[in-house]
Design a protein. Sequence first.
Length: 300
Amino acid sequence: MMDEQQRRYYLNAMGIENWLPRDMSVSDEVIAPAEVVPPEEETEVVVSAPAMNLNSSHSPGSTGEQHSEVSSAMTGDADIPPWLNEAPPPLDEYSPTIDYADYAEEASAKTDERSLIAGLDWRGLEVKVAECQSCELSGTRSNTVFGVGDREADLMIIGEAPGAEEDRRGEPFVGRAGQLLNTMLQAIGLGRERVFIANILKCRPPDNRDPRAEEALKCEPFLMRQVALVKPKVILAVGRVAAQNLLKSSEAVGRMRGRDYNYNGTPVVVSYHPAYLLRSPEQKAKSWQDLQRAVTLLKG
Ligand code: URA
């Protein structure tokens, strides 16, 4: 056990000047720091802020095992955990390396950009799309593909992304899939010029790969604004990419077909992509059903 003189010495070294055991009243004892003297043969105990360098290796009379690591370190026990002796790293090592101000700035820039696009007229939107450099597709495109057709159409067709031919000509659905789409539209009495046709992406993904989520997200304000400007009565989403991105779903087109959806309040009919129908013509009957559903909604 520590004798009283040692105890006072350590308390004093820790900066505790008036410590009383629970059963001792103030009148019984008041520790006066000036009277404290180091115990004989004691290794020096240094308590230095902020490094908390507790360099004592041995404390005569200490019992060891009934102390916690910290208290044994403070009383100078032999098995001081090494980290207690280590000086803390300089303050700037604690400071976050992430600049949260940068994040906030980027987030508010995105919000600003979205609200700017949401306020554009047709001309402004066309220019904004043509100048867009928001993702890497801007580096590989030949042309942006804005969308085409009647800007006051009742029916809006939304596809996936431009392919090679669309990228070359700057117009959506002008390849083989586009020809089939034209035929389908004629079958319901609507020429291509009477609907508005757009895509989830305005730029072609290289090698016709699937659009990436971040690309679709960056392009979304353009399509959103186009829908808001056209104000169609019905949207026909053709293919998985269009349906999933528009409706924030991960379901297969086969499961989404025939269900009621809406995009910001506009009814959406989900159907197969014409390119898929070219590969799987046996699905054309289902596609025809979907077109009939769209016509019913248009009439309603
Ligand atoms: N496929 C689409 O989804 N969009 C086009 O513009 C062309 C092919």
